[in-house]
Write a protein that binds this ligand. Structure first.
Ligand SMILES: [Fe+2]
Length: 469
């Protein structure tokens, strides 16, 4: 190496100092861009003969068992499963320690997708359950009965603690399996999952190979048979394939995953709401019409004034395509919906919005961008204590891999961002406080790589931002 002269040493020192000042400026401008270094291997799907996809033994054994909330209050559960050889029984047998065995009857459906024919997809709603009670349930008959259990949520009320898990864009890769395992072993113990869309990624296979919907159902059963997952539709649920003669959007998804949309006055399963414990959860569809006069718009317009914060202080919105996203992926895809609905979110003081789609993690400050009126030039998001925090949690681990390119510098609204696979939990303590934590797959189960104490926007609307004040 050639020796440096004094002047070049001074120049180098200036460059170093300048670089330091500049990087400080970046840190102060936006929040934190994590420097965590993760593995760079490709994300690959688990092969079809993986143990997580194993078909349960026995003739016509129920498989792909999954549950979700079945009404608006949490006193009903939709139990779904698939039988392959023949329709079999639609009955769910269920009981608790305090009640005798009861039966509930449902229905089954089937569908065809190009050259694929589904199994018999059963959906049975169990109603009039008691709150906060462990129920056992059995599906199947004879030698192929399979037993599971779930715990109903506590009665809806303002100070009821409850822990939600958050998973998005899961898929069925080796990384997906790690994400699910980390969620299951997280000592924070999620009681229900808020799933922000993109389930199986079957549409990435030739002819949208729907066998991958079946394998995904078997893979996730170990969690979703025991606790409800609240579903949001993502773009990988659309399965619109005119080249295959498949022109009805959402066909596999709507046959396989039922949601209680009618209970909240919705006219389609893509947007709906539920109450659970102290939370009011609104699910929106990035892939259904949302402009003025559309069914989703009219529903949301009537829905938001119905939220009674003295009953459910926590107002949570789920959608697939994020409104605020500083990665170089899916840029502005959520923008038109933001323009339509953001003033409502500020007016009704939504606490937090969870989205997926971008395969990475990001948490925003409380910001809004509603002031722009063409001539005033006010088109940069500003801090707004009535606005939600926006969290992108599309990092479940699907085969498309991570979104690693970010816009630079980090925008001021972005509090933390990192391209790692993981999941999160939203742990409501009471009407004023909730502890939020994001867990990356490489860490120990108890570690939170990003966390925040949420202050409720209705009962405790003080600044809860995590950046330097
Ligand atoms: Fe997506």
């Amino acid at each position: 190496m050639a020796k440096m002269g004094t002047s070049s040493r001074v120049a180098a020192a200036i460059v170093v100092v300048l670089g330091f000042v500049l990087s400080l400026a970046v840190v102060c401008n936006g929040g934190k861009t994590s420097s965590f270094v993760r593995k760079v291997e490709k994300t690959v799907d688990m092969p079809l003969d993986s143990d997580v996809f194993k078909v349960p033994p026995g003739y016509n054994a129920p498989q792909q068992v999954h549950i979700t909330q079945g009404d608006q209050l949490g006193k009903a559960v939709i139990v779904s499963w698939v039988t392959v050889e023949e329709p079999g029984s639609n009955t769910v047998l269920y009981w608790s320690a305090y009640s005798k065995k009861q039966k509930s009857e449902g229905k089954f459906t089937t569908y065809k997708f190009y050259n694929y024919t589904s199994g018999y997809i059963h959906h049975t709603t169990i109603r009039n359950l008691k709150f906060n009670t462990k129920y056992y349930y059995v599906v199947g008959i004879g030698h192929t009965e399979r037993q599971f259990w779930f715990i109903t949520p506590p009665k809806v009320g303002p100070d009821v603690p409850y822990t939600f898990g958050l998973i998005g864009d899961l898929g069925q890769s080796f990384d997906s399996n790690k994400t699910l395992t980390h969620y299951e072993l997280n000592p924070q113990k999620g009681q229900a999952v808020l799933f922000v869309g993109d389930l199986s990624y079957a549409d990435n296979y030739p002819n949208h190979d729907n066998v991958r919907w079946d394998t995904w159902g078997r893979f996730t059963e170990r969690s979703v048979a025991y606790q409800p997952w609240i579903w949001t539709a993502g773009n990988h649920e659309i399965d619109f394939a005119p080249e295959l003669g498949e022109t009805k959007p959402f066909k596999p998804y709507t046959h396989r995953y039922h949601v209680p949309y009618k209970a909240s006055g919705s006219t389609a399963p893509f947007w709906y709401s539920i109450k659970r414990a102290s939370a009011y959860i609104i699910v929106l569809s990035s892939y259904s019409a949302y402009g003025k006069y559309t069914p989703q718009y009219k529903w949301l317009e009537q829905e938001l004034p119905k939220v009674n914060r003295s009953e459910t202080p926590w107002l949570i919105v789920l959608m697939h395509s994020p409104w605020y996203n500083s990665y170089n992926y899916h840029y502005m895809e959520g923008e038109t919906m933001r323009v339509m609905y953001e003033p409502w979110f500020v007016k009704y003081k939504v606490d937090v919005v969870f989205a997926g789609h971008v395969h990475a993690y990001e948490r925003s400050e409380r910001i809004s961008n509603v002031a722009y009126n063409i001539v005033n030039g006010i088109c940069i998001p500003v801090k707004d204590q009535s606005a939600p925090v926006y969290i992108t949690i599309g990092d479940g681990g699907n085969l498309e891999g991570l979104a690693t390119n970010m816009t630079e510098p980090q925008p001021a609204y972005s509090a933390y961002r990192e391209a790692s696979f993981g999941h999160a939990t939203f742990d409501i303590k009471n009407r004023t406080h909730a502890y939020y934590g994001w867990h990356r797959n490489q860490d120990g189960y108890a570690v939170t790589a990003d966390s925040m104490w949420f202050f409720n926007r209705y009962y405790h609307p003080v600044d809860d931002s995590t950046s330097a004040q």
